[in-house]
Design a protein around this ligand. Structure first.
Ligand SMILES: Nc1ncnc2c1ncn2[C@@H]1O[C@H](COP(=O)(O)OP(=O)(O)OP(=O)(O)O)[C@@H](O)[C@H]1O
Ligand SMILES: [Mg+2]
Length: 223
């Protein structure tokens, strides 16, 4: 069964009295272990597509199926389970909560689902993997942009997602840290998860197995 199947997906937005399609008839099929990269010009619809796959934005038409389940057919509880247990999501921009320490930000998706057990060890391992274990007790106001991004990456992995959606995750990182993050994503895809990455960076290319471009709402596979 495919990790993700997207068919005929459209998102129509209204702006300035008119409407336009931010995503137009998108189709993609992603399997276990796939490492997919979507690139394209600003405003092309990449984040809109990713947000629909993440179950955060309702499509105008079309279907998204994950592990054989259609997102549109899920009730609120099932959709929250999908978002919290099945997928990891790294949004574009800053998404770390300012009033929680780094480690509490990483732990938050775990506690939102009141899982039993102590995930602190796992959170520390993830922080170590992204190179900021020494900042576990720090607060976001005292972190750099790249450190905040790495916190978001560790947070996206706390519930061991089957599918990781990452929107420009390396944009605030220096080349060495960007490489490290790409290696982490590559390891995740090898552990039979799927990774869908949105990026502008050309140097991420060598890690990625499948490439898509997105221009004016049109998604195309290029490899
Ligand atoms: N809520 C909204 N209402 C109306 N238009 C929107 C809305 N959200 C996004 N758009 C528009 O939809 C188009 C696609 O936006 P989107 O954020 O998906 O682009 P993107 O490819 O992620 O761009 P970037 O590379 O700059 O992040 C843009 O023209 C944007 O202005
Ligand atoms: Mg975007």
């Amino acid at each position: 069964m495919k990790m993700l199947v997207v068919r005929g997906l459209c998102k129509e937005y209204r702006r300035g009295g008119g409407t336009f399609y931010a995503v137009r008839d998108a189709a993609m099929s992603v399997g276990d272990g796939d490492f997919v990269c979507i690139s394209g010009q600003s405003g092309g619809g990449k984040s809109t597509l990713l947000n629909m796959i993440a179950g955060l934005l309702e499509p105008t038409s079309g279907s998204i199926t994950s592990g054989g389940r259609e997102l549109a057919g899920m009730n609120d509880y099932e959709l929250s389970l999908y978002r919290n247990e099945r997928i990891g999501y790294i949004p574009q921009g800053q998404s770390i909560l300012p009033n929680l320490s780094v480690i509490d930000n990483v732990l938050l998706p775990f506690y939102l689902y009141k899982k039993t057990g102590d995930p602190t060890g796992r959170a520390m391992t993830l922080l170590d993997r992204v190179g900021i274990a020494h900042l576990a007790e720090a607060y976001p106001a005292h972190l750099s942009g790249g450190e905040l991004k790495r916190t978001a990456i560790a947070r996206s992995l706390i519930n061991s997602p089957k599918m990781l959606l990452a929107d420009e995750p390396t944009v605030d990182l220096d080349p060495r840290n960007a490489e490290e993050v790409m290696k982490i994503f590559s390891d995740i895809s090898r552990d039979s998860a799927a990774v869908i990455l949105v990026t502008h960076e050309a140097n991420s290319a060598r890690w990625v197995a499948r490439r898509f471009s997105m221009e004016s709402g049109i998604l195309k596979e290029t490899t």
